[in-house]
Ligand binder design. Structure first.
Ligand SMILES: Nc1ncnc2c1ncn2[C@@H]1O[C@H](COP(=O)(O)OP(=O)(O)O)[C@@H](O)[C@H]1O
Ligand SMILES: N[C@@H](CCC(=O)OP(=O)(O)O)C(=O)O
Length: 370
Protein backbone atom coordinates (compact mmCIF):
# COMPACT_ATOMS: atom_id res chain seq x y z
CA UNK A 1 0.00 0.00 0.00
CA UNK A 2 1.44 3.41 -0.99
CA UNK A 3 1.71 6.03 1.73
CA UNK A 4 -0.90 8.78 1.90
CA UNK A 5 0.42 12.10 0.64
CA UNK A 6 -1.26 14.08 3.44
CA UNK A 7 -0.19 14.73 7.03
CA UNK A 8 -3.56 16.08 8.17
CA UNK A 9 -6.97 15.72 6.56
CA UNK A 10 -10.56 16.70 7.19
CA UNK A 11 -13.16 14.15 6.09
CA UNK A 12 -16.76 15.32 5.68
CA UNK A 13 -19.50 12.71 5.69
CA UNK A 14 -22.96 13.68 4.41
CA UNK A 15 -26.36 12.69 5.85
CA UNK A 16 -27.05 10.31 2.96
CA UNK A 17 -24.19 8.12 4.18
CA UNK A 18 -25.09 8.26 7.88
CA UNK A 19 -28.77 7.46 7.35
CA UNK A 20 -29.17 6.05 3.80
CA UNK A 21 -32.83 5.20 4.25
CA UNK A 22 -33.49 8.72 5.58
CA UNK A 23 -34.45 7.32 8.99
CA UNK A 24 -31.93 6.51 11.71
CA UNK A 25 -28.19 5.72 11.63
CA UNK A 26 -26.90 2.76 9.66
CA UNK A 27 -23.48 1.10 9.53
CA UNK A 28 -23.98 0.36 5.82
CA UNK A 29 -21.49 2.95 4.52
CA UNK A 30 -19.85 3.99 7.76
CA UNK A 31 -17.88 0.75 8.17
CA UNK A 32 -15.74 1.51 5.10
CA UNK A 33 -15.30 5.14 6.17
CA UNK A 34 -14.30 4.11 9.70
CA UNK A 35 -11.79 1.65 8.22
CA UNK A 36 -10.36 4.44 6.05
CA UNK A 37 -10.04 6.73 9.09
CA UNK A 38 -8.28 3.96 11.05
CA UNK A 39 -5.87 3.28 8.14
CA UNK A 40 -5.09 7.00 7.83
CA UNK A 41 -4.32 7.21 11.53
CA UNK A 42 -2.16 4.06 11.34
CA UNK A 43 -0.16 5.73 8.56
CA UNK A 44 0.34 8.77 10.81
CA UNK A 45 -2.13 11.03 8.99
CA UNK A 46 -4.16 13.08 11.44
CA UNK A 47 -7.91 13.09 10.83
CA UNK A 48 -10.72 15.47 11.75
CA UNK A 49 -14.19 14.17 10.90
CA UNK A 50 -17.02 16.54 10.07
CA UNK A 51 -20.13 14.41 10.33
CA UNK A 52 -23.61 15.42 9.23
CA UNK A 53 -26.52 13.18 10.07
CA UNK A 54 -27.91 14.39 13.38
CA UNK A 55 -31.23 15.34 11.77
CA UNK A 56 -31.30 12.21 9.60
CA UNK A 57 -30.37 10.01 12.58
CA UNK A 58 -33.04 11.53 14.83
CA UNK A 59 -35.74 11.44 12.21
CA UNK A 60 -37.12 8.03 13.11
CA UNK A 61 -37.78 9.18 16.69
CA UNK A 62 -40.09 12.05 15.70
CA UNK A 63 -42.77 11.04 13.20
CA UNK A 64 -43.31 14.06 10.97
CA UNK A 65 -44.21 13.66 7.34
CA UNK A 66 -44.72 17.26 6.13
CA UNK A 67 -42.05 18.77 3.89
CA UNK A 68 -40.07 20.93 4.34
CA UNK A 69 -39.38 20.05 7.96
CA UNK A 70 -39.98 23.08 10.23
CA UNK A 71 -36.83 24.38 11.97
CA UNK A 72 -37.99 23.41 15.49
CA UNK A 73 -38.69 19.84 14.35
CA UNK A 74 -35.27 19.63 12.66
CA UNK A 75 -33.63 20.94 15.85
CA UNK A 76 -35.43 18.37 17.97
CA UNK A 77 -34.41 15.60 15.55
CA UNK A 78 -30.82 16.87 15.68
CA UNK A 79 -30.85 16.79 19.50
CA UNK A 80 -31.85 13.11 19.43
CA UNK A 81 -29.76 12.11 16.43
CA UNK A 82 -26.48 13.77 17.44
CA UNK A 83 -25.83 11.34 20.32
CA UNK A 84 -26.89 8.36 18.18
CA UNK A 85 -24.53 9.43 15.42
CA UNK A 86 -21.66 9.92 17.91
CA UNK A 87 -22.38 6.50 19.43
CA UNK A 88 -22.23 4.92 15.99
CA UNK A 89 -18.81 6.42 15.20
CA UNK A 90 -17.50 5.50 18.68
CA UNK A 91 -18.53 1.88 18.14
CA UNK A 92 -16.83 1.71 14.75
CA UNK A 93 -13.54 3.31 15.80
CA UNK A 94 -11.09 2.25 18.47
CA UNK A 95 -9.81 5.71 19.32
CA UNK A 96 -11.46 8.28 21.60
CA UNK A 97 -14.16 10.19 19.69
CA UNK A 98 -14.54 13.84 20.71
CA UNK A 99 -17.73 15.77 19.99
CA UNK A 100 -17.27 19.37 18.80
CA UNK A 101 -20.46 21.32 18.11
CA UNK A 102 -19.96 24.70 16.45
CA UNK A 103 -21.86 27.63 15.04
CA UNK A 104 -20.62 30.29 12.64
CA UNK A 105 -20.63 32.73 15.54
CA UNK A 106 -18.02 30.61 17.35
CA UNK A 107 -15.69 31.00 14.39
CA UNK A 108 -16.29 34.76 14.08
CA UNK A 109 -15.22 35.43 17.68
CA UNK A 110 -11.41 35.49 17.92
CA UNK A 111 -11.21 34.05 21.45
CA UNK A 112 -13.63 31.23 20.68
CA UNK A 113 -11.88 30.62 17.34
CA UNK A 114 -8.55 30.21 19.14
CA UNK A 115 -10.14 27.91 21.73
CA UNK A 116 -11.54 25.73 18.92
CA UNK A 117 -8.13 25.68 17.23
CA UNK A 118 -6.35 24.74 20.48
CA UNK A 119 -8.87 22.04 21.37
CA UNK A 120 -8.71 20.46 17.91
CA UNK A 121 -4.91 20.44 17.89
CA UNK A 122 -4.75 19.04 21.43
CA UNK A 123 -7.16 16.24 20.49
CA UNK A 124 -5.09 15.42 17.40
CA UNK A 125 -1.87 15.35 19.40
CA UNK A 126 -3.51 12.74 21.66
CA UNK A 127 -4.62 10.56 18.73
CA UNK A 128 -8.30 11.30 19.41
CA UNK A 129 -10.78 11.78 16.58
CA UNK A 130 -12.54 15.16 16.69
CA UNK A 131 -16.05 14.77 15.26
CA UNK A 132 -17.46 18.16 14.29
CA UNK A 133 -21.05 19.10 13.48
CA UNK A 134 -23.04 22.31 13.45
CA UNK A 135 -24.70 22.95 16.82
CA UNK A 136 -28.11 22.62 15.20
CA UNK A 137 -30.24 22.96 18.33
CA UNK A 138 -28.89 26.42 19.23
CA UNK A 139 -28.09 27.84 15.81
CA UNK A 140 -30.57 30.35 14.44
CA UNK A 141 -30.17 31.52 10.84
CA UNK A 142 -27.75 34.36 11.57
CA UNK A 143 -25.51 32.22 13.81
CA UNK A 144 -25.33 29.26 11.46
CA UNK A 145 -22.89 28.23 8.79
CA UNK A 146 -25.93 26.41 7.43
CA UNK A 147 -24.27 23.44 5.80
CA UNK A 148 -21.51 21.05 6.73
CA UNK A 149 -19.64 21.34 3.43
CA UNK A 150 -18.72 24.96 4.20
CA UNK A 151 -18.22 24.12 7.89
CA UNK A 152 -15.78 21.35 6.88
CA UNK A 153 -13.81 23.82 4.73
CA UNK A 154 -13.65 26.27 7.66
CA UNK A 155 -12.45 23.51 9.98
CA UNK A 156 -9.84 22.44 7.41
CA UNK A 157 -8.55 26.01 7.37
CA UNK A 158 -8.54 26.27 11.19
CA UNK A 159 -6.42 23.11 11.57
CA UNK A 160 -4.31 23.88 8.50
CA UNK A 161 -5.17 20.56 6.83
CA UNK A 162 -3.50 19.37 3.61
CA UNK A 163 -6.69 17.91 2.20
CA UNK A 164 -10.46 18.09 2.54
CA UNK A 165 -12.30 14.93 1.50
CA UNK A 166 -16.04 15.39 1.03
CA UNK A 167 -17.80 12.02 1.05
CA UNK A 168 -21.18 12.11 -0.64
CA UNK A 169 -23.61 9.79 -2.44
CA UNK A 170 -22.35 10.70 -5.90
CA UNK A 171 -19.04 10.01 -7.68
CA UNK A 172 -18.05 13.67 -7.73
CA UNK A 173 -18.83 16.71 -9.87
CA UNK A 174 -20.68 16.22 -13.14
CA UNK A 175 -21.38 18.82 -15.82
CA UNK A 176 -25.00 18.79 -14.52
CA UNK A 177 -26.92 16.93 -11.82
CA UNK A 178 -26.78 13.32 -13.11
CA UNK A 179 -30.00 12.51 -11.27
CA UNK A 180 -31.92 14.84 -13.56
CA UNK A 181 -29.69 15.00 -16.65
CA UNK A 182 -28.81 11.72 -18.35
CA UNK A 183 -26.16 13.49 -20.48
CA UNK A 184 -24.17 14.74 -17.48
CA UNK A 185 -20.45 14.00 -17.81
CA UNK A 186 -18.14 13.25 -14.89
CA UNK A 187 -15.29 15.72 -14.22
CA UNK A 188 -12.23 14.11 -12.58
CA UNK A 189 -10.18 17.27 -12.03
CA UNK A 190 -10.89 20.99 -11.63
CA UNK A 191 -7.83 23.24 -11.87
CA UNK A 192 -9.72 26.34 -10.71
CA UNK A 193 -13.32 26.99 -9.67
CA UNK A 194 -14.96 29.68 -11.80
CA UNK A 195 -18.49 30.72 -12.84
CA UNK A 196 -18.66 27.91 -15.46
CA UNK A 197 -17.99 25.33 -12.75
CA UNK A 198 -20.57 26.87 -10.40
CA UNK A 199 -23.13 26.79 -13.22
CA UNK A 200 -22.90 22.96 -13.24
CA UNK A 201 -24.02 22.58 -9.64
CA UNK A 202 -27.56 21.73 -8.62
CA UNK A 203 -29.22 21.21 -5.24
CA UNK A 204 -29.79 18.16 -3.04
CA UNK A 205 -32.57 15.62 -3.53
CA UNK A 206 -32.67 14.69 0.19
CA UNK A 207 -35.02 16.12 2.82
CA UNK A 208 -32.23 16.10 5.42
CA UNK A 209 -29.21 17.03 3.30
CA UNK A 210 -28.29 20.66 2.64
CA UNK A 211 -26.95 22.37 -0.40
CA UNK A 212 -26.25 19.58 -2.89
CA UNK A 213 -23.28 20.31 -5.17
CA UNK A 214 -23.48 24.11 -4.69
CA UNK A 215 -22.22 24.04 -1.10
CA UNK A 216 -19.59 21.43 -2.01
CA UNK A 217 -18.17 23.78 -4.64
CA UNK A 218 -18.23 26.70 -2.16
CA UNK A 219 -16.33 24.51 0.29
CA UNK A 220 -13.84 23.40 -2.36
CA UNK A 221 -13.30 27.06 -3.37
CA UNK A 222 -12.68 28.14 0.24
CA UNK A 223 -10.32 25.28 1.03
CA UNK A 224 -8.37 25.24 -2.24
CA UNK A 225 -7.80 29.03 -2.02
CA UNK A 226 -6.01 28.31 1.26
CA UNK A 227 -3.79 25.68 -0.40
CA UNK A 228 -5.91 22.70 0.72
CA UNK A 229 -6.62 20.22 -2.06
CA UNK A 230 -10.21 19.07 -2.02
CA UNK A 231 -11.84 15.86 -3.21
CA UNK A 232 -15.51 15.08 -3.64
CA UNK A 233 -15.80 11.31 -3.56
CA UNK A 234 -18.51 8.68 -3.48
CA UNK A 235 -18.53 7.52 0.14
CA UNK A 236 -20.92 4.71 -0.77
CA UNK A 237 -18.11 2.87 -2.56
CA UNK A 238 -15.37 1.25 -0.48
CA UNK A 239 -13.26 1.39 -3.67
CA UNK A 240 -13.04 5.23 -3.33
CA UNK A 241 -11.19 4.80 -0.04
CA UNK A 242 -9.01 1.95 -1.36
CA UNK A 243 -7.92 4.23 -4.21
CA UNK A 244 -6.98 7.03 -1.80
CA UNK A 245 -5.06 4.62 0.44
CA UNK A 246 -3.19 3.43 -2.67
CA UNK A 247 -2.11 7.00 -3.38
CA UNK A 248 -4.52 7.30 -6.32
CA UNK A 249 -7.22 9.90 -6.83
CA UNK A 250 -10.88 9.21 -6.39
CA UNK A 251 -13.85 11.37 -7.30
CA UNK A 252 -13.26 14.96 -8.41
CA UNK A 253 -10.03 16.66 -7.37
CA UNK A 254 -10.02 20.43 -6.89
CA UNK A 255 -6.42 21.60 -7.07
CA UNK A 256 -4.86 23.62 -4.25
CA UNK A 257 -4.31 27.24 -5.28
CA UNK A 258 -1.24 29.39 -4.63
CA UNK A 259 -1.37 32.58 -2.54
CA UNK A 260 -2.37 31.12 0.84
CA UNK A 261 -2.96 33.78 3.53
CA UNK A 262 -1.73 33.48 7.11
CA UNK A 263 -4.34 31.88 9.39
CA UNK A 264 -4.81 35.14 11.26
CA UNK A 265 -5.32 37.27 8.15
CA UNK A 266 -7.67 34.65 6.72
CA UNK A 267 -9.74 34.71 9.93
CA UNK A 268 -9.86 38.51 9.84
CA UNK A 269 -10.96 38.66 6.23
CA UNK A 270 -13.39 35.73 6.10
CA UNK A 271 -14.60 34.89 9.61
CA UNK A 272 -14.37 37.88 11.92
CA UNK A 273 -17.49 39.96 12.47
CA UNK A 274 -16.89 43.71 12.22
CA UNK A 275 -19.82 46.07 12.72
CA UNK A 276 -18.08 49.28 13.89
CA UNK A 277 -15.70 51.44 11.89
CA UNK A 278 -13.08 54.14 12.30
CA UNK A 279 -12.44 56.86 9.74
CA UNK A 280 -8.83 57.67 8.82
CA UNK A 281 -7.27 60.93 7.70
CA UNK A 282 -5.39 61.08 4.37
CA UNK A 283 -1.97 60.57 6.01
CA UNK A 284 -3.11 57.37 7.73
CA UNK A 285 -4.71 56.11 4.49
CA UNK A 286 -1.42 56.58 2.60
CA UNK A 287 0.63 54.98 5.41
CA UNK A 288 -1.69 51.98 5.51
CA UNK A 289 -2.02 51.45 1.76
CA UNK A 290 1.51 52.25 0.62
CA UNK A 291 3.92 51.99 3.55
CA UNK A 292 2.74 48.81 5.31
CA UNK A 293 2.28 50.86 8.48
CA UNK A 294 0.16 50.21 11.58
CA UNK A 295 -2.74 52.57 12.33
CA UNK A 296 -1.89 55.22 14.93
CA UNK A 297 -4.56 56.98 17.00
CA UNK A 298 -3.30 60.20 15.47
CA UNK A 299 -4.67 59.17 12.05
CA UNK A 300 -8.20 58.43 13.35
CA UNK A 301 -10.78 61.19 12.81
CA UNK A 302 -14.02 59.43 13.75
CA UNK A 303 -15.21 56.34 15.65
CA UNK A 304 -18.59 54.93 14.65
CA UNK A 305 -20.27 52.12 16.58
CA UNK A 306 -19.26 50.24 19.69
CA UNK A 307 -16.46 47.70 20.12
CA UNK A 308 -14.14 46.29 22.75
CA UNK A 309 -10.38 45.99 22.71
CA UNK A 310 -9.65 42.88 20.60
CA UNK A 311 -12.70 43.23 18.35
CA UNK A 312 -12.42 43.43 14.57
CA UNK A 313 -13.27 46.84 13.08
CA UNK A 314 -13.41 48.36 9.61
CA UNK A 315 -10.91 51.07 8.70
CA UNK A 316 -12.52 53.44 6.20
CA UNK A 317 -11.44 56.58 4.32
CA UNK A 318 -13.31 59.91 4.48
CA UNK A 319 -15.61 58.71 1.67
CA UNK A 320 -16.57 55.68 3.80
CA UNK A 321 -14.76 53.18 1.55
CA UNK A 322 -13.60 50.11 3.45
CA UNK A 323 -9.80 50.00 3.15
CA UNK A 324 -8.95 47.37 5.72
CA UNK A 325 -10.20 45.18 8.55
CA UNK A 326 -8.17 45.01 11.74
CA UNK A 327 -8.17 44.11 15.43
CA UNK A 328 -8.42 47.19 17.63
CA UNK A 329 -6.02 47.63 20.54
CA UNK A 330 -8.51 49.97 22.19
CA UNK A 331 -12.24 50.00 22.90
CA UNK A 332 -14.49 52.49 21.08
CA UNK A 333 -14.74 54.87 24.10
CA UNK A 334 -10.94 54.79 24.54
CA UNK A 335 -10.26 55.38 20.85
CA UNK A 336 -12.76 58.22 20.85
CA UNK A 337 -10.74 59.93 23.59
CA UNK A 338 -7.34 59.44 21.93
CA UNK A 339 -8.28 59.97 18.26
CA UNK A 340 -6.07 62.60 16.59
CA UNK A 341 -3.54 62.36 19.44
CA UNK A 342 0.13 61.45 19.06
CA UNK A 343 1.05 58.07 20.62
CA UNK A 344 3.17 59.82 23.27
CA UNK A 345 0.04 61.61 24.51
CA UNK A 346 -2.13 58.48 25.02
CA UNK A 347 -0.99 57.96 28.64
CA UNK A 348 -1.72 61.58 29.47
CA UNK A 349 -5.31 61.26 28.19
CA UNK A 350 -6.18 57.74 29.34
CA UNK A 351 -3.83 57.34 32.31
CA UNK A 352 -2.37 54.20 30.69
CA UNK A 353 -0.95 53.18 27.33
CA UNK A 354 -1.23 49.44 26.60
CA UNK A 355 -0.31 49.96 22.94
CA UNK A 356 1.49 52.60 20.86
CA UNK A 357 -0.78 51.78 17.92
CA UNK A 358 -4.55 51.63 17.48
CA UNK A 359 -4.38 48.67 15.06
CA UNK A 360 -1.14 46.76 14.64
CA UNK A 361 0.00 45.92 11.11
CA UNK A 362 0.10 42.18 11.97
CA UNK A 363 -3.58 42.36 12.97
CA UNK A 364 -4.72 44.10 9.82
CA UNK A 365 -5.68 42.98 6.33
CA UNK A 366 -6.13 45.33 3.39
CA UNK A 367 -9.21 44.96 1.21
CA UNK A 368 -8.66 44.57 -2.51
CA UNK A 369 -9.62 47.92 -4.04
CA UNK A 370 -11.49 47.30 -7.29
N1 LIG B 1 -23.37 18.86 -11.05
C1 LIG B 1 -23.62 17.92 -10.12
N2 LIG B 1 -22.81 16.85 -10.01
C2 LIG B 1 -23.04 15.90 -9.08
N3 LIG B 1 -24.08 15.92 -8.20
C3 LIG B 1 -24.92 16.97 -8.25
C4 LIG B 1 -24.73 18.01 -9.22
N4 LIG B 1 -25.70 18.95 -9.01
C5 LIG B 1 -26.46 18.50 -7.99
N5 LIG B 1 -26.01 17.30 -7.53
C6 LIG B 1 -26.64 16.58 -6.41
O1 LIG B 1 -25.89 16.75 -5.21
C7 LIG B 1 -26.13 15.60 -4.39
C8 LIG B 1 -25.14 15.54 -3.27
O2 LIG B 1 -25.39 16.58 -2.34
P1 LIG B 1 -26.27 16.32 -1.01
O3 LIG B 1 -27.55 15.64 -1.34
O4 LIG B 1 -26.33 17.61 -0.27
O5 LIG B 1 -25.38 15.23 -0.28
P2 LIG B 1 -24.61 15.18 1.13
O6 LIG B 1 -25.63 14.70 2.11
O7 LIG B 1 -23.52 14.20 0.85
O8 LIG B 1 -24.09 16.56 1.45
C9 LIG B 1 -26.04 14.48 -5.40
O9 LIG B 1 -26.66 13.29 -4.94
C10 LIG B 1 -26.75 15.07 -6.63
O10 LIG B 1 -28.11 14.74 -6.63
N1 LIG C 1 -25.98 19.65 10.81
C1 LIG C 1 -26.89 18.88 9.97
C2 LIG C 1 -26.29 18.60 8.62
C3 LIG C 1 -26.54 19.62 7.60
C4 LIG C 1 -25.85 19.24 6.29
O1 LIG C 1 -25.05 20.03 5.79
O2 LIG C 1 -26.16 18.02 5.78
P1 LIG C 1 -25.42 17.36 4.50
O3 LIG C 1 -25.75 18.14 3.26
O4 LIG C 1 -25.95 15.97 4.45
O5 LIG C 1 -23.95 17.38 4.76
C5 LIG C 1 -27.12 17.50 10.58
O6 LIG C 1 -26.25 17.00 11.30
O7 LIG C 1 -28.16 16.91 10.30
Amino acid sequence: MAALRWKRIVIKVGSALIAPAGKGCSTRYLLAIARFISECKLQGTEVVLVSSGSVAAGRAAIPFSHQPLPINVKQAMAAIGQSQMMMMWSQLLDCPCAQILLTHDDLRDRKRYLNIDNTLRTLLSHQALPIVNENDTVATAELKVGDNDNLAAMVAIVVDADALIICSDIDGLYTANPRTDANAIFIPKVEQINADIYAMAGGSHHAVGTGGMVTKLQAAAKASAQGIETLIINGQRASSFDALLNGENAGTLFCAQPGKQSAKKHWLLHSSKATAQVTLDEGAVQALLHKGASLLAKGVTQVTGDFDKGDAIWLVDTAGIKLAKGVSQYSAPELNKIKGIHSSGIEVVLGYCPSEVAVHRDDLVLMEQG
